[in-house]
Structure formats: C-alpha cells, structure tokens
Design a protein around this ligand. Structure first.
Ligand code: AR6
Length: 179
C-alpha cells in the first residue's frame, strides 16, 4: 500500500529526499534542539535552504523533544519548514509519547498556517536511534488520528530515504489503515 485516503486526507509513502519535494507546501525537519544544521535530514534541509534558514531559526531555539516550530522555506522548493525535535531513543522518555507529539505538533503548525500538503521524514529513526518499525507505527497511527480534525491539510506524505525504511512504512500503513 502506497497511498490511502482517510477522512478526505491522502496519506502516502514515497522514497526520496525530503529536501527535494517541490510539489509540497511544507516539509518537516528532524531537527536538533538548537535548530542548526546537522547530519541526515537537518543537513539536507539546511544545505538546500541556505544560511537564511539558520538565521531565522536562531531566535526560536532551543526546542524540547516533541515540540515543533515553523519557518519559511528559503531556498527550498517549499513555502515552509516545520522543525521538530524527536526523542533520543533510550534517553528522552516516554519515547512513544514524545514521538507522537512531534507528529501531532507538526500537523498543528501546518493547520495554523493553512498548509495543504506536508512531507514528513521518519523522525528519530536515524541518529536518534528509534527502532524503525515501532516509529513507523507511531507515525502512521498519530497521523491517522489527526485526519479526524483537519481543516486545511489534504496531503500528508512520508518521504523515506532508504528501501528498508520504505518497506517498514508500507507494512505499518497496512497494519494501521487496514486494521
Ligand atoms: N530525506 C529523507 N530522509 C532522510 C534524509 C533525507 N535527505 N536523510 C536521512 N534521512 P536523522 P533523527 C532518514 O538522523 O534520527 C541530525 O544530525 C534517515 O535515514 O536525520 O531524528 C540532527 O542534527 C532516518 O531514517 O534524524 C539531530 O541532531 C531518518 O531520515 C539528529 O540528527 C531520520 O534520520 C536527529 O536525529
């Protein structure tokens, strides 16, 4: 399953680079607390967005695990970036609730800004060590629940870097949406 419609919202999974999603209004950054560039997603987003993004994020930092803040997209092909700090697995507890908050708060920032299409990376599953399957289930369950109360968002895309991450999300999508 690559695509499902829930309460009029399309939820889809796709392999790709979160910094190269020109058809989305906004993308989510798997940020660090200081909202600076880093490895993985944060590196790709800041590199493509350029120094203007770091300038805009500086006064918004630090953020806590589960929080989300919004900025412009600068040189990215998207109007907005939503920066959320995932939990470090084994350290920031309870991990599952903090990870769900990342998705919930990111969707809330999108709705507040009347965003219609949003792309998520697999938050916390890289440097922060969250097991991929568990994280994918939390991500899809949280997004599914959110589709009950959306006014503006019509498309939510999970942008997965590797084939393994894609496969794990495909499986989780069937589990969560097919019952
Ligand atoms: N597009 C989509 N997914 C990607 C990309 C990309 N360009 N690059 C990596 N991934 P991570 P975290 C996948 O480490 O675990 C940073 O250094 C990756 O394979 O980016 O939340 C920050 O500065 C993995 O599945 O985020 C923080 O300190 C997933 O995206 C810290 O890492 C998330 O990997 C955040 O760690």
């Amino acid at each position: 399953m690559q695509l499902v419609t829930a309460n009029g919202v399309t939820v889809e999974i796709k392999r790709g680079d979160i910094a190269n999603q020109p058809d989305l209004d906004a993308v989510v950054n798997a940020a660090n607390a200081q909202l600076r560039t880093g490895g993985g997603v944060a590196g790709a987003i800041h590199r493509t967005a350029g120094p203007g993004l770091t300038e805009e994020t500086r006064p918004l930092a630090p953020i806590k695990p589960g929080e989300a803040v919004i900025t412009g997209g600068h040189n990215l092909p998207n109007d907005y970036v939503i920066h959320t700090l995932g939990p470090v697995y084994g350290k920031d507890k309870p991990e599952n609730e903090l990870l769900a908050s990342c998705y919930r708060n990111s969707v809330d920032r999108a709705e507040e800004n009347e965003i219609e299409s949003l792309g998520f990376p697999a938050i916390s599953t890289g440097a922060f060590g969250y097991p991929a399957e568990e994280a994918a289930h939390i991500a899809l369950e949280t997004v599914k629940e959110k589709t009950n109360s959306l006014e503006y968002l019509k498309t939510i895309r999970f942008v997965l870097f590797g084939q393994q991450s894609y496969d794990v999300h495909e499986e989780a999508m069937s589990d969560v949406f097919d019952g």
